[in-house]
Design a protein around this ligand. Structure first.
Ligand code: PRX
Length: 638
């Protein structure tokens, strides 16, 4: 499959994609295996919203990720797995083996009662079986809902409950650095409030003790072995379920401004076409390259650019189980040299934390296999960009700062590696098929360059969110009603004098902490689980490493003298209910919160205090109790 190779070609292709989007995307979709070609490329309106791509087409995405490559790439490594412990051998799974294992596990799913349209929750460590589980669901037409292994039981149970999953796929545990996280016991706790789940399939990985519930819980390995016993030796012919272009492929939960996470729904053909196109063009993948995306499959980046995008393109995708600082802060660079990685895609927060630990961890490594570097998940500050460019890319690797969202399915604004001239801190230009606009608060489009506003898209691309699971109204209200006729991202953005885009950050009540999107309301709910806390308000504050940190203002229902112990308990409570990623960095015990007369918390004021911008609190006279602001200011945590 061809890809863009020059800036002129990008410009021509962009123009074509905007003037004739249907022809453009049909050309991209031609290469795939279809059981039936589409009748119509696009049907859409942003009012309901209703977006359909490749209407009437029939296909299975896994045939495009796997079967399509068997003839010429059967023996090529599809997944290259690097374990948490560097002493454990790496694993290489060829396209042929991956195909076989996906077919086997698809059969296991069927034997355990799964069928097309079911929702299956996957809560697993970063092992190849996670990708196999994802693909096996897609093979049988079940909708996967992967939940990040760092979430705790309450977040997991909310997600299982919302999607009414009937099967959970998990492991006994996960290794993360020196820690061993007991995933199965988290599942057990979550299932106490998830009656829809009938089967739990458990992979043995850490050998942690687990309690298996009769009838409900089965071992992955035993289920696969059963297939052989029943005589189905060769499953490579396991027939893929034929799906409609618009059949849901997966649900992925993302945080919103209410406490309830939104189940973003992506469908089959549009998502497939979009992630394949963007993967090949943004990273400029060459046959034989080793590509490494460090994101967990629990996030959209892992779905689109660790599993689906690379496999659709027939690439070798590296999957890493561990963390950047184990056994030491040179692990990323060690893995790059060890596996001769050519393309490396990570998050600014990882770059900043490794930068802070010093160059001694970088120096022992050559890093000469690298050709392209990528960044995703949050704005990358100029300093981190330069550090990455100089010390990791040795001044010769283009950096693709890729802007996108769970809801967009794939990359929207980004340089094409080595083609688009880059500027530190800028995601640069929209990809072909992407039509960004900046609006002012009143919804008026800002024309021309050197403007700043709210980032929206005015035309659908194939990877766009179709709905929020079980609640289409929420999808409409969150993304399509704020500015009529536009998809609204929730991000602020600047278009500079050259027409380059720079994302300035969220303009709503979600915070990006170490690249993870967290809803303040969800964190508040977790804090409020502490028996002594009556109310809390969470805001973000700028943090050198994490991008944003979490600042919690809490009201305790009685005077507790042991303030430090109380704070530690709050941190524990959040860890228990939501997971360690949502732990507050700063906690301030307050006697009240600044509220309007109608009871709304004035977060603007709390944000300013958290940022120590105490002289710019704005008008506080409309507050129910202005005195509380003085108290909070006086007690602000440095
Ligand atoms: O605020 C933007 C930020 O991440 C948000 C989307 O988060 P999520 O759905 O978790 O997906 C993350 C991975 C795609 C966006 O609304 N964001 C993502 N990439 C960038 C970014 N902000 C600035 N620059 C980026 N490259």
């Amino acid at each position: 499959m061809q890809r863009i190779t020059s800036l002129e070609q990008y410009q021509t292709e962009y123009k074509h994609s905007v003037e004739n989007p249907e022809a453009f995307w049909a050309e991209q979709a031609e290469q795939f295996t279809w059981h039936k070609k589409w009748d119509k490329v696009l049907e859409w309106n942003f009012d309901e919203p209703n977006v359909k791509w490749f209407v009437g087409g029939k296909l299975n995405i896994t045939e495009n990720c796997l079967d399509r490559h068997l003839a010429d790439k059967g023996n090529q490594t599809a997944i290259l797995w690097e374990p948490n412990n560097p002493q454990t051998p790496a694993r290489k799974i060829s396209y042929k083996e991956l195909h076989q294992q996906v077919c086997e596990f698809a059969s296991v799913l069927k034997n355990n009662g799964a069928k097309k349209g079911d929702r299956i929750c996957i809560y697993m460590p970063m092992v190849p079986e996670l990708a196999i589980a994802v693909l096996a669901c897609a093979r049988i037409g079940a909708i996967h809902s992967v939940v990040f292994g760092g979430f705790s039981f309450k977040s997991l149970s909310d997600r299982i409950y919302d999607a009414e999953c009937n099967i959970v796929i998990t492991a006994d545990g996960a290794f993360r650095g020196a820690k061993d996280i007991p995933l199965k016991s988290v599942v057990d706790e979550a299932l106490q409030t998830s009656p829809s789940v009938k089967k739990v399939i458990v992979l043995k990985h850490t050998n942690t003790n687990v309690v298996m519930q009769n009838e409900r819980d089965v071992w992955w390995k035993e289920e696969v072995e059963k297939l052989n016993l029943t005589g189905i030796q060769n499953l490579s012919g396991f027939k893929a379920e034929i799906m409609d272009s618009e059949d849901p492929l997966f649900i992925l939960y993302t945080s919103g401004s209410t406490g309830k996470p939104k189940g973003v729904v992506h469908t089959t053909a549009g998502y497939m076409t979009y992630v394949d196109y963007t993967f090949r063009n943004v990273f400029q993948y060459n046959a034989g390259d080793v590509y490494w995306c460090t994101a967990d499959v629990g996030w959209i980046t892992g779905h689109s650019y660790l599993v689906y995008g690379p496999l659709l393109a027939g690439a070798t995708t590296l999957m890493f189980e561990g963390i950047p600082t184990y056994p030491d802060a040179g692990r990323f660079w060690n893995v790059i040299d060890k596996h001769q990685v050519n393309i490396f895609y990570t998050a600014p927060t990882a770059i900043r934390s490794l930068e802070a630990l010093g160059l001694d961890f970088v120096k022992p490594y050559k890093l000469d296999s690298l050709r392209v570097l990528g960044s995703v998940g949050e704005p990358i500050n100029v300093e981190a960009w330069n550090w990455y460019h100089v010390n990791i890319g040795k001044n010769k690797c283009p950096i693709v700062d890729t802007y996108w969202q769970t809801e967009t399915g794939g990359i929207m604004i980004s340089p094409l590696a080595g083609i688009t001239p880059t500027k530190p801190g800028f995601a640069t230009l929209p990809l072909p098929g992407v039509q960004p606009v900046l609006l002012n608060e009143a919804g008026k489009e800002l024309i021309g360059n050197s403007v700043e506003g709210r980032l929206c898209f005015k035309f659908p691309w194939p990877g766009i969110i179709r709905t929020t699971y079980g609640d289409h109204k929420r999808c409409k209200e969150t993304y399509f009603d704020v500015f009529k006729k536009y998809y609204f991202t929730g991000d602020g953005c600047r278009r500079d004098e050259d027409g380059y885009y720079r994302i300035t950050g969220r303009v709503d009540d979600v915070i990006k902490v170490s690249g993870h999107l967290l809803g303040t309301a969800e964190i508040e709910n977790a804090i409020n689980e502490h028996p002594d806390i009556v109310e809390s308000a969470v805001v973000g504050f700028p943090h050198d490493i994490k991008g944003w940190g979490i600042y919690a203002y809490v009201i305790c229902d009685h005077q507790r003298k042991d303030v430090d112990a109380l704070k530690a308990e709050i941190v524990q409570t959040v860890t228990k209910y939501m997971g360690p990623i949502a732990k507050p960095d700063k906690i301030q015990i307050v006697s009240g919160l600044p509220k309007t007369r109608s009871g709304k918390i004035m977060r603007r004021i709390l944000r300013k205090i958290a940022e120590h911008d105490l002289d710019n609190l704005g008008d506080t006279s409309t507050l129910l109790d202005p005195a509380v602001v003085e108290e909070i200011k006086a007690g602000a945590v440095k």
